[in-house]
Design a protein around this ligand. Structure first.
Ligand code: SPM
Length: 312
């Protein structure tokens, strides 16, 4: 973590001088508070800064830099290559939506694959479904799994469940080796740069199509509509060439840029509502974000996004 003294702007002060650089750095401010800044989109003039108690652990794996922080407002926070992946405070809003939307849209999900998701949060949610017999977690980076098992014990328990199998491998290759096997695939990847870039490509989705059973559904972390509209439009257009039913839905999550993130939903047979079963949804206990109304509402997009997707 870069430690630097922050300089505070006074009203009307110009920010295009060297002062600016000091303001945006992670570090220690004049009150001796420590801050983490997600610098991922800093060149676009936006970033999120969070007060931290300490950096609990930092590792450099073969694939990426892995940091675990203890933050003041959000509890423990996992960061990969400087990008926030999850916090204790709000990860439920992401994990419940990446898991329960496809699992409730599918009439009988028995075999589930999580691509990425080495922290175990998505597996934790998938295992709430009693009809799931097998959940495979395929993550390329064993170090992400290990550090998460150490700091997120609830998720570690899910990974140790007898229905869960952890595979450390390149998920693109793993998916290409499967045919007509999984009922649901959840792509819980990091952003489409670096090791996760291949997980957004057409070839990957063609292989996912083959790896799914005839009623199969895949959902993928697909950026947020406020900041990455063009990316989403292109992804949806690409996937419409492969799957008969493609949609986009979103969740609200304060620690991701713009406070929201979306998922692409691609299905071989059913839409996101065809097979909804109120009894099955009500049987899911102690959820904090997902419910029947949210399942339906999450696919209702603001006007600007509906218009953007119209031509795709
Ligand atoms: N199981 C949690 C893993 C999180 N995967 C998604 C991370 C997305 C982080 N970036 C948000 C969007 C910024 N472009």
């Amino acid at each position: 973590m870069v430690r630097s003294e922050w300089t505070h702007l006074t009203p009307n002060q110009q920010v295009n001088d060297s002062t600016n650089k000091q303001i945006i750095h992670s570090g220690v401010d004049v009150l001796q508070k420590q801050w983490f800044t997600e610098e991922f989109e800093i060149e676009k003039g936006r970033c999120l800064t969070i007060e931290v108690k300490s950096l609990l652990e930092s590792r450099q794996s073969q694939f990426q830099k892995i940091d675990m922080y203890d933050t003041v407002p959000f509890g423990k926070m996992l960061v990969l290559d400087g990008v926030i992946q999850l916090t204790e405070f709000d990860n439920f809003a992401y994990h419940e939506m990446i898991a329960h939307v496809p699992l409730n849209a599918h009439p009988n999900p028995r075999k589930v694959l999580i691509v990425g998701g080495g922290d175990g949060g998505a597996v934790f949610e998938v295992l709430r479904h009693q009809q799931v017999e097998e959940v495979v977690l395929c993550d390329i980076d064993q170090e992400v799994v290990k550090i998460s098992q150490k700091y997120f014990p609830e998720f570690a328990k899910a990974l140790a469940d007898k229905r869960c199998k952890v595979v450390i491998d390149d998920a693109a290759k793993y998916v290409a080796s499967k045919e007509n096997y999984f009922d649901v695939i959840c792509v819980d990847s990091s952003d489409p740069i670096g090791p996760a870039e291949v997980l957004f490509a057409r070839e990957f989705y063609e292989n996912v199509y083959r790896a799914l059973t005839v009623e199969g559904i895949v959902v993928s972390q697909s950026e947020g509509m406020f900041y990455h509209q063009d990316f989403i439009v292109n992804l949806v257009a690409q996937n419409k060439k492969i799957f008969p039913y493609v949609a986009y839905y979103y969740t609200l999550i304060p620690t991701y840029p713009s406070g929201s993130i979306g998922f692409s939903f691609c299905s071989k047979k059913y839409t996101h509502i065809d097979k909804l079963d109120i009894k099955k949804i009500s049987a899911l206990r102690n959820l904090k974000y997902y419910n029947l109304d949210i399942h339906i509402a999450a696919f209702v997009l603001p006007q600007f996004m509906q218009e953007a997707l119209q031509g795709s």
